[in-house]
Design a protein around this ligand. Structure first.
Ligand code: FES
Length: 157
C-alpha cells in the first residue's frame, strides 16, 4: 500500500486537524483581521501563537503530529518584516533542514506548510487555511505517524 495515500475521505466525514504555529506580529494579526472582518474559512485550524517564527522548534511540529494533527502550518512575517529582525530567516533555514529530515523519514510534505502572512493579509490567511484543509482532507488522517508512535510505545513495554 502506498503510505502517502489513503482511501478517499472527502465523503467519509473526515475533518482534518490543522495546527498552525504563527508569529504574534504578522500572521496572528492577519488571522485576527480575518476574524474581525467576518471572513469565513474552514474551522479545522488550531492556532498556537508564538512571539516570532524564530521561536519555532522542530519538536513542536513533531509533538503536533504526535498529538493528532493531520497537517501543520508555520507562518510568520514576510522576509524583512520580522519584528525581531532576523527571526523568520532563522525559521526558514531551520525549516529547510527539518523538511529534508521529514521527507527522509517518509512523511508526506503535503502535510507540512510554511508561509508568510502579514497583518494586512487576511484574504491570504483565509485562502491558505482553506487550501491546506482541502489538501490534507484528500490525504486522509495521518495514520502512518500514529502507527509509528504506537509501535514505539509497544516496543518499550
Ligand atoms: S515577528 Fe513575525 S516572524 Fe518574527
Amino acid at each position: 500500500m502506498d503510505t502517502h495515500s489513503t482511501e478517499n475521505t472527502e465523503t467519509s466525514g473526515f475533518e482534518p486537524k490543522i495546527m498552525a504555529f504563527v508569529c504574534n506580529w504578522c500572521t496572528y494579526a492577519g488571522a485576527d483581521l480575518a476574524g474581525t472582518s467576518r471572513m469565513e474559512y474552514r474551522p479545522n485550524v488550531r492556532i498556537i501563537k508564538l512571539p516570532c517564527t524564530g521561536r519555532i522548534d522542530p519538536q513542536f511540529i513533531i509533538k503536533a503530529f504526535e498529538n493528532g494533527a493531520d497537517g501543520v502550518l508555520v507562518s510568520g512575517c514576510h522576509p524583512g518584516d520580522c519584528h525581531y529582525t532576523t527571526g523568520n530567516y532563522h525559521a526558514r533555514r531551520r525549516w529547510i533542514g527539518f523538511k529534508s529530515l521529514m521527507e527522509f523519514a517518509g512523511i508526506d510534505m503535503r502535510r507540512l506548510h510554511f508561509s508568510w502572512v502579514s497583518a494586512s493579509e487576511a484574504i491570504k490567511w483565509v485562502d491558505l487555511i482553506n487550501n491546506i484543509t482541502d489538501t490534507v482532507k484528500k490525504l486522509g488522517p495521518f495514520m502512518e505517524y500514529r502507527g509509528l508512535k504506537e509501535g514505539c510505545r509497544e516496543a518499550k513495554t
